[in-house]
Design a protein around this ligand. Structure first.
Ligand SMILES: *Cc1c(COP(=O)(O)O)cnc(C)c1O
Length: 236
C-alpha cells in the first residue's frame, strides 16, 4: 500500500461541500481579487495570532519581499538568513540588491542558532562592507525559532526581525506567537504548507499599524495610504 507524503484529498473530502459552496459564491459575486472573503481571512489570520493586522498577498515569497520593500532595503544592506530553509527565504534579498548572510542552524531544531547569528553580525560589522539591517528567522516543521534570544540580539544591534512562518503558521512558544516578537511574521498558503490553500497565497501579520498600511499600499502598486492622504504626501 502506498501512502502519499502529502494527502491533500483527505482534507478536501472532509470539507468538500463547504469548499464548493464558498467557491461557487465567489464565482457568482464577481469579486475575484481581494474580495470580502479575503478581508475575512485577514481578520482571522491576525486574530489567531492575537495580532492587530494582517495583509494577504500572492504567495509567501512576496510576503517576504513586501516586508523588505516596506523597510526600503537597498544595495549594501545585509539580511541574516538561516542556512537551512526553503530557497525563498534568502532569494528575496538580492531582489532588492541587498546581500543574504547565512547563519548556522541548531542540530536539534534545524532553526537559526542565536549564538552564530551574533557571530555573523559581528563579522559583518568588523568587515565594514555591508550594514546589518534585518534578520529572517524560520519556523521549520511547525517548530518556532528561538524568538526570545533572537529578538534580544536584534534589539541589541538595532535590526528588524521577520518570522518566516510558512512552515509553522499557528505555532507558539511559551504561549506566544512568532508575531509577538517579530516586527513582521510572513506565511505561505502553498497547498502543502501547514495552512494551505487551493492555489498560491501568502500573508503578513504584524502589530505595527503604519507598517501594515505601507505593505497594503505596496501590494497595490504603491497606492496612496490614508496617512499619505491626510498628510498630503504623494512622494512615493
Ligand atoms: C514555502 C516557503 C516560502 C515561500 O512561499 P511560496 O508561497 O511558495 O512563495 C518561504 N519560506 C519558507 C520557509 C517556505 O517553506
Amino acid at each position: 500500500m502506498s501512502i502519499p507524503f502529502i494527502d491533500l484529498q483527505a482534507q478536501r473530502k472532509r470539507i468538500e461541500s463547504e469548499i464548493n459552496t464558498a467557491i461557487q459564491s465567489v464565482v457568482e459575486s464577481g469579486r475575484y481579487v481581494l474580495g470580502p472573503e479575503v478581508t475575512e481571512l485577514e481578520k482571522q489570520l491576525a486574530d489567531w495570532c492575537g495580532a492587530s493586522h494582517s495583509v494577504s498577498c500572492a504567495n509567501g515569497t512576496d510576503a517576504l519581499a513586501l516586508a523588505l520593500m516596506a523597510w526600503e532595503l537597498e544595495p549594501g544592506d545585509a539580511v541574516f538568513c538561516p542556512s537551512f530553509t526553503f530557497v525563498a527565504t534568502a532569494q528575496v534579498v538580492p531582489w532588492l540588491g541587498a546581500a543574504p548572510v547565512f547563519v548556522d542552524i541548531l542540530p536539534d531544531t534545524y532553526n537559526m542558532d542565536p549564538a552564530h547569528l551574533r557571530k555573523q553580525i559581528e563579522a559583518v560589522k568588523a568587515e565594514g562592507k555591508l550594514s546589518p539591517k534585518v534578520v529572517i528567522a524560520v519556523d521549520l516543521f511547525g517548530q518556532p525559532a528561538n524568538y526570545p534570544e533572537l529578538k534580544a540580539i536584534c534589539d541589541e544591534f538595532g535590526l528588524k526581525l521577520i518570522a518566516d512562518t510558512a512552515q509553522g503558521y499557528g505555532c507558539t512558544l511559551n504561549g506566544k506567537h512568532p508575531s509577538d516578537w517579530a516586527d513582521i511574521a510572513t506565511t505561505s498558503f502553498f497547498p502543502a504548507k501547514p495552512l494551505g490553500c487551493y492555489g498560491d497565497g501568502g500573508a503578513i501579520i504584524t502589530n505595527d499599524a503604519k507598517l501594515a498600511e505601507r505593505i497594503e499600499s505596496l501590494r497595490v502598486y504603491g497606492k496612496v495610504t490614508p496617512t499619505d492622504a491626510a498628510e498630503r504626501n504623494f512622494h512615493h
